[in-house]
Ligand binder design. Structure first.
Ligand SMILES: [Mn+2]
Length: 408
């Protein structure tokens, strides 16, 4: 950022800066790519205004310490967006830590975190002093898919910034909210960068890595651009000037691990196909292999005459002493345009007693998680089998009723 910006705190973007940017922002969408449903988005209209607003918010919080919270099971989109946020916030002398609860289990994601040399702090309620943070930032989620939010609320840390591309969730309040119906959160951050919140230099390693990561985020969330919107293509075009294609293909070529292969195999064996839906319960799976569930759903979707795949299993979490953590976790993938995963999952699974939905989604993917609570853990094999059968039947019944099919 310019020295002028630092000394002139009220005047965040000086005029010369704005004009200079005007001449270099060749690829930024202004009005051309906006669709009618985007105009109805809750954030203020106009891409430039949103970037400018973000800059104003960051300026107001100059010199503070923020905690960026990724969704519980960070994917390339959330990882790259968090990294972009860290570099942008640094322009405003905001010190940013990155945290997540849950796990990073997909080989590709582990590779990405290593490559970026990212210090992602696993959330630990006993070890982290949340009160040392002045504010929280949620990227690629609105806080509803992360268990860190409750801790932050308890510690009195306000939510300052929320940047996301999922459907709007209830009960989210923050100083700045940017929700856009685009393919990836990485697309939104690329837009901020194009607007000038960070000047990328092709000669700087961290900038090349950032561009590579953002490209990866856009590609995974849009299924290699197959479901990309104009905004995503524009962002990818911009990033292509800086990203390292060789590095990207290296990240993408991470092999599937044996647990993933085993899970795919179980999903294949157990699948029930009804009305072009492929539904598979995979039984129990350890928390560190949880990411095998969406990968199995991806795989089932590749079968001919299947337009939607749903894979679920009971994820077994930490076992400290007598307490066992278990929850029923599922993933949905669809290639059918008329199916809205968010709506589909909310209709099938409904809400908890506390009023929260058990899941949701975006354009062609969704997920759900139902806590098992009282029924979790212990018991012998027969008990575990019985428990699985109950949940398996319940899920199948609900899904088949929704689809309007009889089990074959
Ligand atoms: Mn995303």
């Amino acid at each position: 950022m310019t020295a002028e910006r630092k000394t002139n705190q009220g005047e965040r973007i000086d005029k010369g800066d704005r004009e200079a940017r005007g001449t270099t922002r060749i690829l930024t969408l202004k009005n051309s790519g906006r669709t009618s449903d985007e105009a109805a988005a809750p954030a203020v209209s106009g891409l430039d205004e949103r970037a400018e607003q973000l800059a104003q918010v960051l300026e107001r919080h100059r010199g503070e310490r923020h905690l960026v919270v990724l969704q519980d099971f960070p994917d390339p989109d959330s990882i790259s967006a968090a990294y972009a946020h860290q570099l942008i916030a640094a322009q405003f002398e905001i010190d940013v830590d990155l945290t997540y609860s849950g796990r990073i289990s997909h080989q590709e994601n582990i590779a990405l975190v290593r490559l970026l040399n990212l210090d992602l702090i696993p959330y630990d309620v006993d070890r982290m002093d949340l009160q040392t943070y002045d504010g929280a930032v949620f990227v690629d989620s609105q806080g509803t898919t992360t268990s860190v939010r409750a801790g932050l609320e308890e510690a009195g840390v306000p939510a300052i910034i929320v940047v996301d591309h999922h459907e709007r969730q209830e009960g989210v309040t923050s100083e700045f909210l940017d929700l856009r119906k685009v393919g990836a959160t990485a697309t939104i951050y690329t837009d901020y960068i194009q607007y000038g919140l960070l000047t990328l230099e092709a000669g700087r390693r961290e900038h090349v890595l950032l561009a590579t990561a953002l490209m990866h985020g856009i590609m995974t969330d849009t299924r290699s651009l197959l479901h990309a919107r104009p905004e995503d293509f524009m962002a990818a075009a911009f990033l292509s000037q800086f990203h390292d294609a060789g590095l990207l293909s290296e990240i993408l070529s991470q092999r599937r691990s044996k647990p993933v292969m085993d899970t795919v195999q179980r999903a294949l064996a157990n699948r029930v196909i009804a009305e072009s839906y492929s539904i598979a319960g995979i039984g129990y799976i350890r928390a560190e292999h949880r990411d095998a569930i969406p990968q199995a759903a991806d795989f089932l979707l590749s079968e001919e005459n299947v337009h939607t795949a749903i894979v679920y299993g009971i994820v077994m979490g930490r076992r400290d002493g007598m307490s066992h953590e278990e929850s029923l976790v599922g993933s949905l993938r669809t290639s059918k345009l008329t199916i809205d995963p968010d709506q589909f999952i909310k209709e099938v699974f409904g809400r908890s007693a506390a009023g929260n939905y058990f899941g949701g989604g975006k354009r062609e993917a969704g997920g759900f998680e139902v806590p098992i609570d009282f029924l979790a853990g212990t018991g012998d094999e027969a008990y575990s089998d019985l428990k699985w059968q109950v949940f398996d039947q319940q899920i199948k019944q609900r899904l088949l009723a929704k689809i309007g099919a009889q089990k074959k």
